[in-house]
Design a protein around this ligand. Structure first.
Ligand code: 4AD
Length: 489
């Protein structure tokens, strides 16, 4: 403070009166308001500075003054130097409202906006928290391949690649490879991009996402659950410590993240089936129907008011503000109407849920919303789960697996299991899934040479970011999200 500093950045906002120009500068880390007053010192550049457009890149030198009212708490005044580095005109993302499709097409520019910038910052912290957790807990990083000769999860979500005339796949998981590495190093993890040919357009599915997958030898299902619990608490704590103000700027209610503590809820699949059929689940959905319908009516009134304000507004900024609020109201209403339309179907899905099928997105949402803490759902029917999961010796219809459901309806963020360590049972499961045994000979080797009980899990980074940041859609959690119909830029 009180010293001359040079800032390099982009014009986030600019306005001027005849004698004063205000430029809000964005330097990649934060915002700073620069105030240029027409005078001798600014004679050579004042007129140019007055006209700079949004996203022009500039270098500017002046004296830093602490100012509580200024964005970022500092204002640059007494400007002595100003230089345009790169011009910009008609920047497409203006303060006016834009639809999501437009913004997604301009993703390469969109993430200059404050909200997107904050989300990607939090993502980077989550990625750092992930690496730190495993490095600090004695896990060795093993980088697994992206070209994979065989199925890792399920045949329906494979991307095929022509590998010099041979058909291979983009990795759905690094798990099988870290299983082998865990027999060499004990505790290991892989962390990288994984690919699923998900044909559904949902809020939770990407075709390319990052997954961290720890694997441990000589452990039981309880140990894997405890690891997942400690891990998720560490991530939530780290983001609360480093990004409280950022979370608030995103409108994320932090109280629910404070509640992320051990022990998490533990339910078996069978218990979940009973809950879905029970009165609590139905009451939750009935209550949703009522509160959402009331909110839609409330928004109707607000829309009428905003339309009147917009029509009678005298100043352009007043019209713009009303237009923005109108768009937000229409979006909220459209979303609520869609949710209301889905509720009867979700009620039916829950009431008719059959033992032996996999939990759907709406079922997970019900279970997670009935609890404040994350919920482990364990022991699914083996028929709906991957071939590698360990058969429960006390009930052979089940596997020793789990999904972790994040609270507030965010649904599954982790899938994990014990792995079948018995050679003959595993071979049987590979055959039952109609998988080509020859592709899995190396994997069966792990059961031929010193097999041990082992297990692990996979946490999806983007779903975790969506939950922690309180985002409605997964598309904002990646710099360049890949989804059905989204490939540009
Ligand atoms: O439950 P999944 O399919 O588990 C596995 O891939 C195991 N091999 C992991 C292991 O045991 N090592 O996926 C794990 C997690 C999910 O809980 C979810 O967070 C994320 O990966 N995930 C997706 N995220 C975004 N888009 C998709 N299409 C996803 N599919 C899975």
């Amino acid at each position: 403070m009180g010293q001359s500093v040079k800032l390099c950045g982009w014009v986030y906002k600019a306005r001027s009166s005849g004698k004063v120009a205000f430029i809000t500068l964005r330097d990649g880390r934060g915002l700073c308001q620069c105030v240029l007053e027409k005078g001798d010192a600014t004679a050579t550049f004042f007129d140019e500075a007055k006209k700079v457009a949004q996203e022009t890149s500039i270098e500017i030198t002046g004296v830093a003054h602490a100012d509580e009212r200024a964005v970022g708490g500092v204002e640059l005044r007494e400007i002595t130097e100003f230089r345009v580095v790169g011009t910009s005109s008609d920047y497409p993302i203006t303060p006016k409202p834009h639809g999501v499709e437009f913004l997604m097409k301009h993703r390469h520019l969109w993430f200059r906006s404050q909200r997107q910038h904050t989300i990607l910052n939090i993502r980077a912290t989550i990625v750092d928290a992930i690496r730190r957790f495993f490095n600090d807990h004695g896990f060795l990083l093993i980088d697994t391949p992206i070209f994979a000769p065989a199925i890792g999860e399920g045949a329906s979500t494979l991307f095929e690649v022509d590998y010099f005339g041979e058909q291979v796949y983009l990795a759905q998981t690094g798990q099988l490879y870290v299983e082998a590495a865990c027999m060499a190093h004990d505790k290991v993890y892989c962390f990288g991009p994984t690919f699923r040919a998900e044909k559904s357009k949902t809020r939770r599915h990407l075709t390319e996402f990052w997954m961290v997958e720890p694997e441990m030898a000589f452990c039981g299902l309880g140990d894997v659950l405890e690891l997942a619990e400690d891990f998720v608490c560490a991530i939530a704590q780290r983001v609360l410590t480093d990004h409280r103000a950022d979370l608030e700027s995103l409108g994320r209610e932090t109280a629910s993240l404070e509640k992320i503590a051990k022990p998490f809820v533990r339910l078996t699949y069978a218990e979940v089936v009973d809950i879905l059929h029970g009165p609590e689940a139905m009451a939750l959905l009935e209550n949703d129907l009522q509160t959402k319908s009331e909110r839609v009516k409330e928004i109707d009134g607000k829309i009428k008011e905003l339309e009147e304000t917009k029509a009678s507004a005298k100043k352009a900024w007043q019209q713009e503000k009303a237009a923005q609020e109108l768009q937000a109201a229409h979006e909220e209403q459209a979303e609520l109407n869609e949710q209301i339309a889905n509720i009867p179907a979700h009620m039916k899905l829950a009431a008719d849920f059959q033992w032996g099928t996999d939990l759907g997105g709406s079922d997970e949402t019900i279970i997670s919303r009935l609890h404040e803490r994350p919920v482990f759902v364990t022991h699914y029917p083996s028929d709906v789960k991957a071939f590698y999961m360990r058969v429960d010796r006390s009930n052979r219809k089940l596997v020793e697996n789990f999904d972790l459901l994040a609270p507030e309806g965010y649904g599954e963020i982790i899938g994990g299991s014990m792995r079948e360590e018995d050679h003959d049972i595993l071979l049987e499961r590979i055959k039952a899934h109609n998988l080509p045994v020859e592709n899995f000979e190396w994997y069966l080797d792990l059961r031929r040479y010193g097999s041990v009980p082992h297990g692990g899990f996979g946490l999806g980074v983007e779903r975790t970011v969506a939950w922690i940041c309180g985002l409605k859609h997964i598309r904002e959690t990646a710099a360049y999200p890949r989804m059905l119909g989204t490939m540009y830029p």
